[in-house]
Ligand binder design. Structure first.
Ligand code: AMP
Length: 281
């Protein structure tokens, strides 16, 4: 495994690797867990797999947890090595990614305005910009993203389509703790009490899936089934909403496989995301 801090040196290694075959890229913010590992394992089917570890400042709003975002580069590199990663980019300073004078941004459209986009202004502009930069640096033929960040995956798919980026985006299923909590680097913030209460989220998502399996099609009724389990345990609920699985627009009636339940709830200061496509096999 070769580790780079300099994006240009990483790009040169990736370009060289691409002369030998496909390259699968896994962009992350580090503090790696089994969710990230599942993406690295998937990317291994290509001739070369590449991982980026970069806590991207431009996707955090001023009031967010950028400075206290968890980091453990040594641990991350151990995990990457165990999962057969060939090339790693881990910039040690945001300035190597955003040099002085940086002024060009990717502005996503309607998919990015609601939900996380509404609650975290500028978030998807930061995500889209860094993802395009990383795709360009890595010369990736394939890039792997988790369905855990459902709206992000939708925004990235759209970006690639709209800007003719020659890469295949691959979405990977949510990896969960044995008790159901979706894995997240931010779970480390949770106190034992919050960690216990956070189970309300995955239970709420399960309840929504069950409702659809039982034949319920009314979106409000499905949201209430989830909220009934999440609301009493969370410190705050940002949203529990049933949307069209592709456009993310609000819907009233669920067509199985074509709708998604999106949840964000807070435990203390920690925001946790979860979701499920409803009626999917
Ligand atoms: P992050 O480091 O949180 O920015 O995540 C990097 C990538 O890993 C994103 O594509 C996430 O969607 C994905 N990811 C994070 N958590 C999980 C999870 N529990 N299961 C699957 N993918 C995940």
């Amino acid at each position: 495994m070769r580790v780079f801090t300099d994006p240009k040196a990483f790009a040169a290694a990736c370009r060289e690797a691409r002369t030998r075959g496909e390259l699968g890229l896994v962009p992350t913010m580090g503090y790696l867990h089994e969710g990230h590992a599942s993406l690295m394992d998937a990317a291994r089917r290509h001739r070369t797999s590449a991982l980026t570890i970069f806590v991207n400042p431009t996707q955090f709003a001023a009031n967010e947890d950028l400075s206290r975002y968890p980091r453990d580069l040594a641990g991350d590199l151990r995990i990457a090595e165990q999962h057969g990663v060939d090339l790693v980019l881990a910039p040690d300073d945001p300035k190597v990614v955003y040099p002085d004078g940086f002024q060009t941004w990717v502005e996503p459209g309607a998919l990015a305005t609601d939900l996380e986009g509404a609650l975290r202004p500028g978030h998807f502009r930061g995500v889209a910009t860094v993802v395009l930069k990383l795709l360009n640096l890595a010369h990736a033929s394939h890039a792997y993203f988790g369905q855990k960040d459902y709206q992000q995956l939708a925004v990235v798919r759209r970006l690639v389509r709209d800007l003719d980026v020659p890469v295949e985006i691959v979405g990977c299923p949510i990896v969960r703790e044995p008790d159901g909590l979706a894995m997240s680097s931010r779970n480390v913030y949770l106190t034992p009490d919050q960690r216990q209460r956070a189970l309300g989220i995955s239970r709420g998502v399960q309840a929504a899936r069950r409702a659809v399996a039982d034949g319920v099609r009314d979106a409000r009724q499905i949201e209430q089934a989830a909220l009934g389990l999440i609301g009493p345990l969370a410190d705050a609920v940002d949203y529990v909403t049933v949307r069209d699985a592709d456009s993310l627009e609000p819907i009233d009636v669920v067509t199985p496989g074509r709708a998604v339940l999106l949840v964000v709830a807070r435990f203390g200061k920690t925001r946790l995301l979860d979701n499920a496509v409803l009626g999917a096999a």
